[in-house]
Write a protein that binds this ligand. Structure first.
Ligand SMILES: Nc1ncnc2c1ncn2[C@@H]1O[C@H](COP(=O)(O)OP(=O)(O)OP(=O)(O)O)[C@@H](O)[C@H]1O
Length: 248
């Protein structure tokens, strides 16, 4: 049997000066799923994703990606994932085209690289802007370029931190539909974070709700709404939150 895409067990991250990033969370992402971590600012979404993406180390706990331990074998994990950071603002002086080519050359070469670059360019749909330096792009254009690049890299596991942040309504819908399409057509497992609970309801098979570094609820959007007698996930969160407000 295939291992789950992600196993997170009793994960704790304490930053310098005792700042708590996550406080003992556990969840599993099955292969083929779209799983969303949702929660308000500072609830631990980015911390969790960065640990899974091997960018920072946990203080305690176990994290496996397709059965591979992120601390013991980060390079093996990196070969299976693509990660979209919350703010992908680097490489200001590269053109959009050169950025796409550079990023995808880390994974592909030869004919496969050409195909992946072509795919990313088609998704980004930035026309002549692709020949211009990224510093001339709007926030939304940079986001689309970064999203297009990670999608075209077709990893086993796609980790997206706030994928639609900075995008207008139409572009957000475009990106959500692309995420769904790549999950379905290419069987790419997606782990994403968002504080937009309505977006998550549309996009995800299952949801983990984070608050103050703890996982306060988990399930399909339907299960969560039913269990809290709510009509949407925002309402679920608002009803659950008070029980955790006593935690400092
Ligand atoms: N480098 C750091 N040093 C110290 N504390 C940090 C660091 N990064 C995050 N934290 C703290 O960890 C907690 C969780 O932050 P994190 O960025 O993971 O939350 P988040 O849910 O992604 O928030 P947002 O929606 O605002 O991006 C917060 O209290 C934050 O202040």
């Amino acid at each position: 049997m295939n291992p789950p895409a992600v196993v997170v067990k009793d994960l704790v991250k304490i930053y310098g000066r005792g700042s708590i990033g996550v406080d003992g969370i556990s969840f599993t992402v099955e292969s083929g799923e779209i799983y969303a971590l949702i929660g308000p600012n500072g609830s631990g979404k980015t911390t969790t994703l960065r640990i899974i993406a091997t960018l920072i180390k946990p203080t305690r706990g176990l994290v496996l990606v397709y059965g591979v331990n992120v601390v013991a074998e980060p390079l093996r994990v990196r070969s299976m994932i693509s990660y979209l950071p919350e703010e992908a603002g680097a490489y200001r002086d590269l053109t959009g085209f050169d950025f796409v080519k550079f990023m995808l050359s880390l994974r592909f070469s030869g004919r496969r690289l050409e195909e992946a670059v072509e795919e990313a360019i088609t998704i980004a749909d930035l026309g002549n802007y692709l020949k211009k330096p990224i510093r001339t792009y709007s926030k939304g254009m940079k986001r689309i370029l970064a999203v297009a690049t990670v999608l075209a890299s077709k990893p086993k596991l796609l980790i997206l931190d706030e994928p639609t942040t900075g995008l207008d309504v139409e572009k957000s819908i475009y990106v959500r539909n692309l995420i769904k399409k790549y999950n379905k057509e290419y069987k790419i497992t997606v782990l994403l974070s968002s504080h937009n609970m309505l977006e998550v309801e549309y996009l995800s098979h299952r949801v983990g709700m984070l608050y103050k570094g703890k996982l306060i609820a988990e399930g399909t959007p339907e299960q969560l709404k039913k269990s809290m007698n709510s009509s949407n996930l925002e309402e679920v969160f608002v009803k659950l939150k008070p029980s955790y407000d006593t935690i400092k």
